[in-house]
Each structure stands twice: as structure tokens, then as C-alpha cells.
Design a protein around this ligand. Structure first.
Ligand code: NAD
Length: 353
């Protein structure tokens, strides 16, 4: 009988409503506490999901309760500071994206985790979907020839809650583009440099019932240089009423193409064309148990069984560096070099090429 990982959640807002039902299904996780400064939200989850402990303050929770994994579902600007508090106590962290909003803090978090002998991992968890794995396998096998061109497109009209989405440290790139940056670096490898444009196309909008000035990007376009003349292009924004979902990620090689149907966080399948087949086939239609809010389940399973997660804090840090560089490029009009890297390719155990 494997020991269950004791999980505590901080942040009981919108996304926690998707995480808790996932965690309840896990054979490896036991949710022992919920925490929110708006304590009535934590109390409601505790009652609905039978969670034994409620807190309104993370400091008190890490002081008073023993647990193995913090699941940080607070607003983006709080990810860095709250993650640091847990890591300092020797607690593993799964964090909604991004793990921090500045690079120094992200490096500090990874160093602190190493020093304490624990882990920090961040959403998105898209790399575990059967559709992503199918694309990664086809690229790694050489079936597509040299995969040198890719596109990602992901947007919607933006949240009507949480002013922080539109303030510094928020924005459509950090909130949405992060998925495509994770997916395309996951498929094509680490990025060496970036150029981008980003702006606020809708300068004021109503959020939580109040007219709010938009300070962060709501419309962003990036070109990523993966080295060896391999480029990908990502567009993301809070200014899309609707986009076609036929494919939102496409990787084009010298001998074939793979395209993801649906979104990378909720794929519906993969369309493949190769010189050899000479036709389009749809594969990986079944996403099995994959759910976009299942990242904490996966990490709890890895911690409980001793299995190595297929992605790392290094990839989350790289993704953050790419996004920060994109915003810097947009501001300065210059190409920005990327320093960090991560282990690649990312293939699930059992997926062979
Ligand atoms: N909402 C979604 O559908 C969705 C989907 C995917 C990812 N995310 C990500 O999830 C994270 C949270 O998003 P959300 O939409 O749930 O935001 P939200 O504003 O609905 O919830 C954040 C919660 O954190 C609580 N909080 C803030 N500071 C706190 C503190 N110091 N201590 C304890 N609690 C605190 C707030 O009271 C609030 O309940 C973000 O990183 C977001 O990008 C959201």
C-alpha cells in the first residue's frame, strides 16, 4: 500500500473548483487542508469536499500543519512569495502558472527546492496529454523530417473577474500564452532568443463590475528561435471573441506535419501528414485520464511512487524567461537572448520512438 501524499491547497478561487474534483479521484493524494484569505471560500470547499482543515493564512498553515505538497492556486503575483514560504519549510510545490512573475524569484525557488531536497513544478500540464505525446513521438522519430516551423494560437475574450489579470504581473501572455510556450518548447526544444510585439488593444474593461485600466498585454505575438533555423510563432490575447479550434498548434517538417485539434490544454486529437502516407490521418483522439487540472495528481503520484516526473521546474523557469524576454522585446523593439534551458525531448515513460 503506497503512502498517500498529504496535499494542502492555497487559493480557493475559480480554478480550485477544477482541481479539487481531480484530486478527490487520486489514489495517491489526500487533501488535508484548504486555505484562502477569503476564508468563506475555503470553508465552502472544506464542506463540499470533506477537507478536515481550513486556514485563512498560509504562514499559519505551514507552521501548524504537516503536509507534503502545497498546491498554489492563488493569483499570479503571489505565486513567487507563497511558493518560497512552503519550500523554506521543506514542502514540495505544485503551482499554477507561472511559478513566479520575475526571473530572480524563479531561480531562488529552484535553488531553495534543491537545498531543501524537495521539488517545485508548475502548470501547464499539457505535456502529459496523449495528443502532446503523439506529436512529440512523431517529431523525435524523424518521421516529419526536420521539424523547423510551428504555430500556436490561443485566446479568448478574457476574464471578467480578478483585476490582477490586467495589471503588471498579469496579462494574456502569462495567463494564456504560457500554454503555447510550454507546448512548443516541449515539442521543438529550448529557445535561444525571442522577438515579440505586445500591447493593450482594449485599454479599459469592466472587471468585477468596475471599469478597470488595462496595464498588461492583452494582445501578443512572439517569434521563438529554437536554434538551427527552427522557428515557432505564437499569438495569444484577451481580445479573441472566437477562434477556429480545428487546430491550434501545428508543427511543419520537411517530410510531414502534425496539428493538434482543440486546444493544447484540452486536445481532441492529432492530424498527421507524412510524405510516406501521402494523406492526412487523425490519431490520438482519446485523451484517456488526462485533464488540464490534473498536474497536482501527477506530482502526488510521482512523490508517492518515487517515479521521476517527465517535466521539471527547469522547464517552468525556461518558459517564464521566454515570456519575460518577449515582453522586453516588445518594449524595446530588440531581439532578446535566452540563458536557461531544460532537458528535452519530453516523452512519457513507455512512449518509444
Ligand atoms: N480560472 C481558470 O479557469 C484558470 C484556469 C487555468 C489556470 N488558472 C490559473 O490559476 C490561478 C488562479 O486563478 P483563478 O482564476 O482561480 O483566480 P481567482 O482570483 O479566482 O482565485 C485566487 C484565489 O486566491 C486567494 N488568495 C489571494 N491571495 C491569497 C493569500 N495570500 N493567501 C490565501 N489565499 C489568497 C483569493 O482570495 C482567491 O480566492 C492563476 O495562476 C491562473 O492563471 C486559472
Amino acid at each position: 500500500m503506497t503512502k498517500k501524499i498529504r496535499v494542502a491547497i492555497v487559493g480557493c478561487g475559480s480554478v480550485s473548483g477544477s482541481y479539487l474534483p481531480q484530486l478527490m479521484k487520486s489514489d495517491f493524494a489526500e487533501v488535508v487542508a484548504v486555505c484562502d484569505m477569503a476564508v468563506e471560500r475555503a470553508q465552502k470547499h472544506a464542506a463540499d469536499f470533506n477537507v478536515p482543515n481550513v486556514f485563512n493564512d498560509l504562514d499559519q498553515m505551514v507552521e501548524e500543519l504537516e503536509f507534503d505538497l502545497l498546491v498554489n492556486l492563488t493569483s499570479m503575483n503571489l505565486h513567487g512569495p507563497l511558493n518560497k514560504k512552503a519550500l523554506a519549510k521543506g514542502i514540495n510545490v505544485w503551482c499554477e502558472k507561472p511559478i513566479a512573475t520575475d526571473l530572480n524569484t524563479a531561480h531562488e525557488l529552484l535553488n531553495l527546492a534543491k537545498e531543501k531536497g524537495v521539488g517545485i513544478w508548475g502548470a501547464p500540464y499539457t505535456l502529459l496529454s496523449p495528443a502532446f505525446q503523439e506529436m512529440a513521438k512523431r517529431i523525435a522519430s524523424g518521421e516529419l523530417g526536420k521539424a523547423c516551423t510551428a504555430h500556436g494560437l490561443y485566446g479568448w475574450e478574457g476574464p471578467s473577474w480578478g483585476k490582477w489579470f490586467y495589471k503588471k504581473g498579469g496579462g494574456s501572455l502569462f495567463d494564456l500564452g504560457v500554454y503555447n510556450v510550454t507546448t512548443l518548447t516541449g515539442l521543438l526544444g529550448p529557445v535561444q532568443s525571442v522577438v515579440a510585439m505586445a500591447g493593450a488593444a482594449i485599454p479599459e474593461r469592466v472587471v468585477d463590475g468596475e471599469l478597470t485600466t488595462v496595464e498588461a498585454d492583452d494582445n501578443t505575438a512572439i517569434i521563438l528561435d529554437h536554434g538551427n533555423a527552427v522557428y515557432s510563432v505564437i499569438q495569444t490575447g484577451f481580445v479573441y471573441k472566437q477562434q477556429l479550434e480545428d487546430w491550434t498548434i501545428q508543427v511543419i517538417g520537411t517530410e510531414g506535419t502534425v496539428a493538434m485539434e482543440g486546444y493544447d490544454w484540452e486536445p481532441r486529437g492529432v492530424r498527421v501528414f507524412t510524405s510516406k502516407s501521402g494523406k492526412w490521418d487523425t490519431v490520438a483522439k482519446d485523451q484517456g485520464e488526462y485533464h488540464w487540472a490534473g498536474g497536482a495528481n501527477y506530482i502526488a503520484e510521482c512523490l508517492a511512487t518515487g517515479k521521476d516526473p517527465i517535466f521539471s521546474g527547469d522547464h517552468a523557469l525556461h518558459t517564464l524567461e521566454v515570456m519575460i524576454a518577449a515582453l522586453k522585446s516588445a518594449e524595446t523593439g530588440r531581439r532578446v537572448t535566452i540563458e536557461s534551458s531544460f532537458q528535452w525531448p519530453i516523452l512519457k515513460e513507455g512512449v518509444t520512438v
